[in-house]
Write a protein that binds this ligand. Structure first.
Ligand code: ADP
Ligand code: MG
Length: 638
């Protein structure tokens, strides 16, 4: 018995008309959504040449019988809605019945399907070419559906021309798959591009998303995303939201989903901004992964052909619910209530960086299972002993609450700016990660752990080893130096009192166009930081002064900082003072400077005076501590 009906004309006209097939990624999205609607638990996607040569989606869903396999290619053939009332209460991903016919009309299309009800082990294969049916034959297969789309847009040259490079089209496909996989953690997904497996992720039977977040974004990212769960006015919000200070410089990582669909919406972004308004200012975007569920009647998904936008019946209620969900998550983790419960279990004094986190940055091959779990455990409401930026980024001499709060807001504002987006440097672990993991070393948050009382030595001209009665401390001398310089330079620039040194011999430098225009458009900011430059015509500039705290080749420092800025500004001009100061300090500090013990002690005491001495300007930790208790435990003495 066929399930698919061709919608009547009147209903068709009410369905937002539009092109569903914009590019290969839209084909992937439509096909995978069909597989999800068909109840599949495993979906395999393979593409060749960015999806232009081939897109294949295979699922183990309910399948179609021979009648339906033909009907699904009819314009507006759908099993998902049949009346006006259905259109107002959509609970499936598809409903328009236009994806398959549209896709088939611009490709060489093969569909194989066998209905779950049919135990014969026989399915049907339907082939069409440019939308014209070319063959219908029986084929042996287990239940499920496999669709192959070859030579996309072969008969629409204008569309073909519009496609971008293979890498870009692949990127769009990866994004589509990533969003869907995040939204459906119980379903297994596989994506292959040409012969490379981009990811193969088994579904979590309990629908727990944490494994997938780790798989896709890396452990660091995962440990800075706090779980949230909130219900308000029939709106249920679950997901993860960034710890204070963990931000990106674009909204791309604010992933919001409504009733199982990735949706971009000013209402939702407004709610996110509002949720963070008490702890952050207006630049930088905290990543979020929010899954919003509400009665289908409360949200109209029939406004955008690719369903990327929706209309809420009550924008205000939705945005308020999002804000509360975020605030609750931050309060729960930031308030410290749960910390007390978890601290004894981990054996760490409250708020210290757990050893597993320490080893994440150290090079170690052996991390015991138990410590792994400490780092990231979403089965608990609060991952134990996670550093708590709000309370802990404080100078210990400051006992006064208000002062702490003031420091907190300064800290989060600053770390927000400096934590970087795509720009920050990938850690060793992450750079070897699969391509979808584009995350960066996030801000490590607070560190109320040990500061060294004594310096024991310096390892490899890179790490200061110190400690005290309570344990061992390692300080990254390069990161520490950068932090100290950065705060001093930025403070001086804000007070308009940067000490600048005139160069005995002004340098003339040839700059690439992008660097030159960035420099000239931000000349005042550079001047405020102590860099004096003069255009010399063409692509040359003359550098006549730089900050007096800087040593080293001035031309090299300028070119290093400009190249970092150009890379990270993402075409945005003007850039902010913070970015310039950060790039300047990075360029000015060298890794292998030889320090004496006395210099190292000085560096540490300067670092301790910094507002956010525990993080380098790029958001990586400047120091790690290992408590005595932890050492004993790890050596099996406790
Ligand atoms: P829509 O999803 O809007 O209904 P489509 O053109 O995407 O429209 O699909 C048409 C119909 O084909 C669906 O309603 C469904 O009945 C059937 N169908 C498509 N893909 C699958 C699949 N992978 N498994 C089972 N049935 C499918
Ligand atoms: Mg569909």
């Amino acid at each position: 018995m066929s399930k698919i009906k061709v919608l009547d004309e009147q209903l068709c006209n009410r369905i937002a008309a539009g092109e569903v097939v914009e590019r290969p990624a839209s084909v992937v999205k439509e096909l995978v959504e069909n597989s999800i609607d068909a109840g599949a638990t495993y979906i395999r996607v393979a593409v060749e040449r960015g999806g232009v040569r081939l897109i294949r989606v295979a699922d183990n869903g309910c399948g179609m019988d021979a009648d339906d396999a033909l009907l699904c290619l009819e314009q507006h053939g759908t099993s998902k809605i049949s009346t006006d009332t259905d259109l107002a209460n959509i609970s499936t991903l598809g409903f328009r019945g236009e994806a398959l016919p549209s896709i088939a009309s611009v490709s060489s299309f093969t569909l194989r399907s066998a209905a779950a009800e049919d135990a014969s082990g026989e399915g049907v294969e339907v082939k069409s070419f440019g939308g014209k049916l070319s063959s219908v034959t029986p084929c042996g297969m287990a239940h499920g559906t496999e669709i192959e789309v070859r030579d996309l847009f072969f008969n629409v040259p204008a569309r073909r021309k519009f496609l971008r490079t293979q890498a870009t089209e692949e990127h769009h496909i990866e994004e589509v798959m990533l969003n869907i996989a995040l939204c459906y953690p119980a379903i297994g997904f596989e994506l292959k591009t040409d012969s490379r497996t981009v990811f193969a992720s088994a579904g979590a039977p309990d629908g727990d998303l944490s494994m997938r977040i780790k798989e896709f974004f890396g452990k660091n990212y995962a440990s800075f995303m706090w779980k949230t769960e909130h219900i308000e006015n029939n709106i249920r919000i679950t997901g993860f939201t960034a710890a204070p200070g963990f931000t990106r410089n674009s909204r791309r990582e604010q992933r919001t989903f409504v009733n199982g669909r990735k949706v971009d919406s000013p209402t939702l972004y407004g709610g996110i901004r509002e949720g963070y308004s008490t702890i952050a200012e207006h630049s930088g975007y905290p990543p979020v992964l929010l899954f919003i569920e509400m009665p289908p009647g409360e949200v109209d998904v029939n406004v955008h052909p690719a369903k990327r936008e929706v209309r809420f019946k009550n924008d205000y209620a939705v945005s308020r619910a999002v804000a509360s969900a975020i605030r609750n998550a931050l309060k729960q983790r930031g308030g410290g209530g749960n910390r007390e419960e978890t601290a004894p279990e981990t054996g760490f004094p409250t708020g210290r960086i757990p050893l597993a986190a320490a080893f994440q940055h150290a090079e170690t091959k052996y991390v015991p299972q138990q410590s792994e779990n400490l780092l990231f455990d979403y089965s608990q409401h609060v991952p134990p002993s996670h550093p708590m930026p709000q309370r802990e980024i404080i100078d210990r001499s400051d006992k006064h609450c208000e002062v702490q709060e003031a420091l907190l807001s300064a800290d989060s504002a600053e770390s927000r700016i400096i934590s970087g987006g795509e720009d920050a440097v990938l850690s060793a672990e992450e750079s070897s990660a699969p391509p979808l993991r584009r995350d960066v070393a996030p801000t490590a948050g607070g560190f109320d752990g040990l500061w060294p009382d004594e310096i024991y030595g310096i390892w490899n001209d890179s790490y200061i080893v110190g400690g005290g009665a309570n344990g061992i401390v390692l300080v990254d001398q390069h990161a520490a130096h950068e932090r100290i310089m950065f705060e001093k330079l930025l403070d001086a620039a804000q007070r308009k009192s940067v000490a600048s040194q005139r160069l005995l011999l002004p340098r003339v430098a040839e700059l690439p166009i992008s660097q030159l225009s960035l420099l000239l458009k931000n000349r005042e900011l550079f001047a405020g930081l102590g860099f004096e430059v003069e255009p010399m015509g063409g692509s040359s500039i003359m550098l006549s002064a730089m900050p007096s705290s800087f040593t080293g080749d001035p031309a090299k420092i300028l070119s290093d900082m400009l190249s970092e800025l150009v890379e990270n500004a993402g075409g945005k001009i003007p850039v902010e003072l913070h970015y310039i100061a950060r790039a300047a300090c990075k360029a000015a500090v060298k890794f292998h400077d030889k320090l004496t013990l006395e210099m190292a002690a000085n560096l540490v005491s300067e670092l301790k005076k910094c507002r956010q001495g525990t993080l380098c300007p790029h958001g990586r930790p400047t120091l790690l501590s290992i408590t005595g208790g932890e050492l004993m435990r790890r050596f099996g003495r406790k």
